[in-house]
Design a protein. Sequence first.
Length: 207
Amino acid sequence: MNKPLLIGSANRSKAKELAELLEGLPWTAQSLADLPETPAPEETGQTFAENAVLKARYYSERFGIACIADDSGLAVDALEGAPGVLSARYAGEYGDDRKNNLRLLEALREVHWHERTARFVCCAAFLSPGGEPHIERGTVEGHIAMEPFGQGGFGYDPLFVPLGHSRTFGEMPAEEKHGLSHRGQALARLRAFLEGWPLVEASEDTD
């Protein structure tokens, strides 16, 4: 029987993407929408990894089931790594993709293409009740476009052109994006861990 696995994200677009990346595992993915409403934790970590673990632990303890959560964002070299861990609230209001994109474009208004280098970073954490967190990381290099392109994805996807490509994540089909993205990389590594996790747990119990 599949075990329940909570996707610890209040962002519906992200939760959907995480669930897609975990399809086929011996786990039954659940979203926060399937459970009683609960306030989101305050993301007080100074790094993506700290925030990912914070969220996974919060939701795992709150609902008593295994949870995965990620923290991800965009680091722009010309902005000394900003927006970084503040990516989702760069313009002040959490999760307002349009305002965040507009603020980023304004911040880079005088920056030429060759200087608009950036990377998406994702840290994904898995935590079972009472267990220790397991963290995987993914990074994809690229550039920030001069204007948004594409309606796909979410967040900064319409502005991010991955290295070696001419289209933004917003212009790519989900399957193509998943094969390149920071979240796709982190979740591919987490998939490998989750596929063997019940065996790892059983082995530890017999030590």
